[in-house]
Structures are given as C-alpha cells and as structure tokens.
Design a protein around this ligand. Structure first.
Ligand SMILES: [Zn+2]
Length: 99
C-alpha cells in the first residue's frame, strides 16, 4: 500500500508540469547569438539584448523629441550611438510598421 504514490505518481506529475512550460522552439539571439526561448515578447532577442535595445530606443526617441527634424547622422552625433545600431533600429521600426 505504501508503495503507491511513493515514486511513480509524484514524479510523473512533475514531469508533466515541467513539459507544459517547455516552449515550442529555441532561437539564437539576433544580436549576441545566445540561445534563448522564442516567445512573442522577446522577438528575436535575448532578455539582455532586449533590455539594451529598449534603452537604445528610449535614447533615440528622447533625442527625436527634442530634435524632431534630426537625421540619422544627427542622432548619431547627438547620442553617440553607433550608426550601425541606428540603421538596425530604423530598419526594425520600418518592419514593425508593416507587420
Ligand atoms: Zn542577445
């Protein structure tokens, strides 16, 4: 009688609940290449890079608020953000606008 539920049942139920949170797929972060779970909120970036990008976008938006007519070069000079990152950001904004 004591054998019942000692081993099997508990372990099984644990495995099932663990399986339930396993995501459908894994992807490499677009920025640093780190393997991460693909979830809607994270898009193609890991949490670290997502945070960096959020900061970047706040900086860019803040600059554009005070300099509405700024070109990408002005933003680069004004914020010190590398041009490559700015172009990435600009491209992504465009992609998001269409999706
Ligand atoms: Zn990353």
């Amino acid at each position: 009688m004591r054998r019942q539920g000692y081993n099997g049942d508990k372990r099984n139920s644990r495995q099932y609940s663990w399986k339930a949170v396993v995501p459908m797929s894994l992807v490499n972060c677009k920025d640093c290449g780190k393997l991460q779970l693909k979830e809607s909120w994270s898009r193609e970036y890991c949490a670290d890079c997502l945070q960096k990008r959020t900061k970047l976008s706040i900086t860019i938006r803040g600059f554009l608020e005070t300099h509405p007519k700024a070109t990408i070069l002005d933003v680069h000079r004004g914020t010190g953000i590398p041009l490559g990152k700015l172009l990435d950001y600009q491209r992504e904004q465009r992609e998001q606008a269409y999706t």
